[in-house]
Design a protein around this ligand. Structure first.
Ligand SMILES: Nc1ncnc2c1ncn2[C@@H]1O[C@H](COP(=O)(O)OP(=O)(O)OP(=O)(O)O)[C@@H](O)[C@H]1O
Length: 355
């Protein structure tokens, strides 16, 4: 059982403030993913939870027990690093046995745990190999196995897939998802890859510049982003944000390049209209209902295509179309928004506005 509570966690490295007060609850058996741009403090937060760096201010509780001053080895938390950090001179078996022996487990218990971890991670044929005789994906599985044999209550994984190529990434990603279902421990996973975040997480924590922007399920973050930062960060291609003014039930682009009526609107004179690529309706020609623009380029992806349009106010719009819709560069087009699919954000601070 592992339930984590973080209250007002701050971290400074000398003069540099990196975390500015993190409040977060993580439930037992949850798979939580920290995402955010490079340098936002994801790894730092993970290291504070592991006890590898001291917390400057705030409190961290694990199952109600204050952990701030508890040594890393006494926390019941295991961390898997992006670099694997395997011992090069030890074989796979010894790499996994090392930490377990330090815990004072009997020889039989160590053996039993390694056998179980090796079976779960399909490492049985590799136990006598040295790390240099393994592929990247196999090394990462050993690093996970080494954490597994300690039977920690909490697993911390810091960008565990970032050294792997695309095919291996999805393979090990499935492996980690399966492992989580099998062992049922609490997992905290750091990545800047939003596909990993969306596919693995029960709960995503979106971080930006040392603060939490939003916490929610992948669906909540995609469907109801709390602000323009989350709206742009979650979802690919990015949500397009257009500065608009409202008159009655119509929104106009600020340069006068057309207007549209996307349904119920929030009560504000100016706002940002957010549109995901799959909510854009694109027609050829200009002059009718909607915002005018010109096709810049098209990305063909086989099962569909993305058309990038420069709207008349300069905004770059991403629109998903069918693979055979063939919008040539420079084609004049008009966009509207599918009914009920528009997002609205404050023109002042970017917060989500309710219609
Ligand atoms: N030991 C340290 N001393 C000083 N500054 C540090 C130290 N460790 C991290 N930082 C700074 O803290 C900030 C957050 O770093 P952190 O590694 O937590 O970011 P991150 O979100 O994990 O980024 P990435 O996705 O690039 O790994 C960065 O500006 C980094 O330079």
């Amino acid at each position: 059982m592992a339930q984590l509570s973080l209250h007002g966690i701050k971290k400074r490295f000398r003069e540099t403030a990196v975390l500015h007060g993190i409040d977060l609850e993580i439930g037992d058996r949850e798979f939580v993913v920290f995402v955010g741009p490079s340098g936002c403090g994801k790894s730092t937060l993970l290291r504070l939870i592991a006890g590898l760096d001291p917390i400057t201010d705030g409190e961290f509780f694990l199952n109600g027990q204050r952990m701030n001053d508890v040594a890393p080895s006494k926390r019941g938390i295991a961390m898997v690093f992006q670099s694997y950090a395997l011992y090069p001179h030890m074989d796979v078996y010894e790499n996994m046995a090392f930490g377990a022996r330090l815990m004072g487990l009997s020889k039989d218990e160590v053996e039993a745990r390694i056998a179980e971890a090796a079976r779960m991670l399909r490492l049985e044929p590799l136990l006598q190999r040295k790390p240099r005789e393994l592929s990247g994906g196999q090394r990462q599985r050993v690093a996970i196995g080494r954490a597994l044999v300690r039977k920690p209550a909490v697993f911390l994984l810091d960008e565990p897939l970032s050294n792997l190529d695309a095919a291996l990434r999805s393979e090990v990603r499935l492996e980690i998802a399966r492992l989580h279902r099998q062992i049922g421990g609490t997992m905290i996973y750091v990545t800047h890859d939003q596909v990993e975040a969306m596919t693995l997480a029960d709960k995503i924590v979106v971080m930006n510049a040392g603060r939490i922007e939003q916490v929610g399920s992948p669906r909540e973050l995609y469907e109801t982003p709390a602000n323009t930062f989350v709206a742009s960060f979650i979802g690919s291609p990015r949500m397009t944000l257009i500065d608009v003014t409202r008159e009655g039930d119509r929104l106009s682009m600020k340069d006068g390049g057309g207007s549209l009526a996307p349904g119920a609107l929030p009560d504000a004179a100016a706002m940002k209209l957010g549109v995901r690529s799959d909510a854009v309706l694109l027609t050829r020609g200009q002059g009718g209902e909607g915002f005018a623009g010109q096709v810049v380029y098209t990305e063909y992806l086989g099962d569909n295509a993305y058309v990038y349009v420069r709207l008349s106010d300069g905004t770059l719009l991403a629109a998903r179309v069918g693979p055979n819709d063939g919008f040539e560069p420079d084609t004049p087009v008009t966009m509207t928004v599918a009914p009920g699919a528009a997002h609205f954000f404050s023109a002042e601070d970017g917060r989500r506005l309710a219609p």
